[in-house]
Write a new protein. Structure first.
Length: 415
């Protein structure tokens, strides 16, 4: 049924919405606690075992917060755990990965011009890379090398750069950026699920049993939480990158991704310094210049070479479903409509004034490319009037109905 395209689109939107909501919740709590941690003040009147305290005002009231590095003397009656935001963010993100990149692997994941992979092999590489990221990172953290946190974060950055390059050698540019984000987010959520939460449970169990908790568990959790704090902003960029082909579909996309991680570090360093309330916070102002220079370097890199077409050339074989669209009745008329109304923008060299690269990297210059994007054409120009934007090329209602008849007849013919 052609309705599956509509249902699939709304399902993807719902999962994406859930992913954004849960990510906001996780990032918000993460940023808040890091800022709270850095702003704690120590003084002699603190209760025994308390590391520091902070007074805050919000919502018409005052909050008095105290932190215990190990644990208080007795287990509090009410204890709030922060974990579900992280779990829900990763689960919804993985669901979105399955819906968009595994379900649409022939269009969004595999680029025969980069690596001639079958869809099952590409999906296996994707899953294996996420598992590899956590195992390698965790082993490094637990090794002697990981005892020096600064040294460890430098090596982690080297690994992320290597993964950025590696992903661009096997997947489309869009999928490479998304996977780099998923690679990093998997490490972050696994930190919560496999390290931070178990360590906190050990401390709680010791308190209930009347034992003095070992401070090493809090120290380990703090290290992983700090890593998560510095990795958050690059992950957000990579989550949103599918809207910007100048980032993911250019020749030096892996270098751009690598610089984004440095921008994340400089931005977080500035805010962490501000929140620490230690001495002159203006000493961190250099991060604004560093971030600006990094961003200018990214813009410059995006102009070098050409925007890649992510597997839309004639060498990219059509899937059986895409071939059915190419063979369906009415395809020639639809192809003529799309080439006449859409290809002035969706071209390797757009003719529309002010557009220098094809929007989202989508090319619609040939019948082959049109067949590959049949579903998107149907949803954006048939079922809705999203494209052309503001109907600037005057696509007629009869042409939109023709697109709908063509798509729906092709799908119905395969049932």
């Amino acid at each position: 049924m052609y309705d599956f395209a509509i249902i699939g689109e709304w399902l993807t939107f719902a999962v994406r919405w859930l992913h954004v909501i849960t990510a906001i919740a996780w990032i918000g709590s993460s940023f808040y606690f890091i800022a709270l941690d850095l702003g704690l003040r120590k003084h002699a009147a603190l209760p025994p075992g308390a590391f520091g305290e902070e007074w805050q005002v919000h919502g018409g009231g005052f909050y008095h917060i105290q932190k215990y590095l190990v644990a208080p003397d007795a287990m509090p009656e009410h204890l709030t755990w922060f974990k579900w935001e992280s779990y829900a963010t990763w689960l919804s993100g993985f669901a979105l990965l399955c819906l968009v990149y595994y379900g649409g692997a022939g269009l969004y994941l595999v680029d025969p011009n980069v690596a001639d992979l079958s869809i099952p092999v590409a999906i296996l590489i994707s899953l294996a890379s996420l598992a590899f990221g956590w195992v390698a990172y965790d082993l490094l953290c637990k090794s002697r090398f990981g005892e020096d946190n600064r040294r460890l974060m430098i090596l982690l950055y080297v690994i992320l750069v290597a993964m950025a390059w590696g992903y661009t050698q096997v997947f489309t540019g869009r999928a490479a950026f998304l996977h780099l984000g998923a690679f990093t987010a998997t490490i972050m959520t696994a930190n919560v699920f496999l390290i931070i939460m178990p360590n906190q449970r050990i401390v709680v169990a010791d308190l209930k049993a009347g034992r003095t908790p070992d401070p090493k568990y809090g120290k380990i959790a703090k290290q992983r939480s700090t890593h998560n704090n510095y990795l958050t902003l690059p992950v957000i960029f990579l989550m949103l990158s599918n809207h910007n082909p100048l980032a993911f579909a250019t020749e030096f996309n892996w270098i751009i991704a690598s610089l984004v991680f440095l921008m994340g570090v400089t931005i977080r360093h500035y805010f962490n310094t501000m929140h620490a309330h230690k001495g002159d916070a203006s000493r961190a102002n250099w991060t604004w210049l560093a971030t600006t220079l990094l961003f200018l370097a990214i813009i410059w890199l995006s102009t070098l070479g050409s925007v890649r077409d992510d597997g839309q050339t004639e060498q990219a074989a059509l899937t059986p479903l895409q071939q059915r669209f190419a063979d369906a009745e009415g395809f020639e008329d639809v192809a003529g409509t799309v080439m006449g109304r859409c290809s002035m923008c969706h071209a390797a060299e757009p003719a529309w004034e002010g557009i220098l690269w094809p929007p989202k990297g989508v090319l619609l210059e040939t019948e082959h490319q049109i067949a590959r994007y049949a579903r998107e054409i149907y949803l954006h120009s048939g079922r809705s009037h999203a494209m052309p934007p503001a109907n600037v090329s005057w696509m007629e209602e009869a042409e939109r109905k023709g697109i709908m008849r063509w798509y729906e007849s092709a799908v119905a013919g395969g049932e």
